[in-house]
Design a protein around this ligand. Sequence first.
Ligand SMILES: Cc1cc2nc3c(=O)[nH]c(=O)nc-3n(C[C@H](O)[C@H](O)[C@H](O)COP(=O)(O)OP(=O)(O)OC[C@H]3O[C@@H](n4cnc5c(N)ncnc54)[C@H](O)[C@@H]3O)c2cc1C
Length: 382
Amino acid sequence: MDFTPNETQKLIQNSARDYANRVIMPEAAAIDREERFPREILKGLADLGLMAVNVPEALGGVAAGSVAYSLAMQEVARACASTAVTMAVTNMVGEVIATFGTEEQRQKYNPRLADGSFAAGAFALSEPEAGSDPGSMRTTARRDGDSWVIDGQKQWITSGAHAGVMVVWARTGDRESLPGTRGISCFLVEGGTPGLKVGKAEDKMGIRGSNTVGLTFEGCRVPSSALLGEINGGFKIAMMALDGGRIGISSQAIGIGRAALEESVAYAKDRKQFDRPISEFQAIQWKLADMQVELDSAHLLCMRAAWLKEQRRPFSREASMAKVFATEAANRICNRAVQIHGGYGYTREFAAERHLRDVRVTTIYEGTSEVQRIVIARSVLS
Ligand SMILES: Cc1cc2nc3c(=O)[nH]c(=O)nc-3n(C[C@H](O)[C@H](O)[C@H](O)COP(=O)(O)OP(=O)(O)OC[C@H]3O[C@@H](n4cnc5c(N)ncnc54)[C@H](O)[C@@H]3O)c2cc1C
């Protein structure tokens, strides 16, 4: 067993760390405060190849693999969770198109996602009435001559107002003969397509620099070439994409948790009470120790899932295990970080407060913790 990153992985990790430390981290508090979509920072990530880490070079990516992607994501999330989730979804959209797209679709969209010509990609699965249960979605796409016409509503779409291309799921089969997840197809819709309306940005607890919107499709016409994959085969694409996406969100949570731990260590060494640094109190030391144990455990679970994906072996259960553990552990870690900072941790003066708000969503999106446990239990019982 070798835990040392190879040369490519180290290169990607180091360039992500350097950019995160130099450019992203100094802006993170302002991005949060101003709810600023960090367009220039995202372009910088694209220039480093970090918007298409696991996409073939022929399509503009750096083909560095899933482990390298996870390491890069951790570095970016350690600096700014909002930037990280935008990067995560864009990478996921690029991978979906590279994996399931026709050559024409790949050539049309992958290079632009990779080089930052598109500020971001978006993944439009959830709806107001269909979250954990995407099989209950109501958005439809009907064939009309050489086009598809999409009608319906999507909810919670990350980067929906900025995306150059969105992967959109819609019902193409009739509910009677193809109920639930069977009659769903997948389409590539460009930002600004007539008939696509972007709703107002959600006023969120955290990741306030990431854009989250509802989308309304009213007679939104796309060419027949916009169908991604097989007709009525869209659900499989969504599930495969989300398996990979869960590695991304585990990595995001680990990055946020790492920032919280590092800041807690620095604060505990600096802050004095009862004439000594609080780091000398065992109550604080044990919190720090637990934070480190949980972070390392999360990292190992995440690395295993990423490695399996890279080996093209089944990784669905492992990705869910990584996600449920890493995101819940990171929530505990960020909560402890606020405790270690005392009253100051409850103010915007210290990043611990932002980390706790940012990390909260990680147990919710890309499948809630409850949904991950369903996936794991099914596998355990099978
Ligand atoms: C900031 C943000 C960004 C997002 N970005 C995107 C995006 O880019 N694209 C996208 O498509 N979606 C996105 N989402 C949506 C996200 O994936 C959903 O919020 C999530 O899947 C949960 O769906 P829901 O909110 O409708 O909750 P619900 O499904 O209504 O769940 C509510 C509660 O019930 C629980 N529950 C539901 N079913 C079961 C069950 N069978 N057993 C046990 N418990 C259950 C859930 O775990 C949860 O605790 C985003 C959400 C947020 C908050």
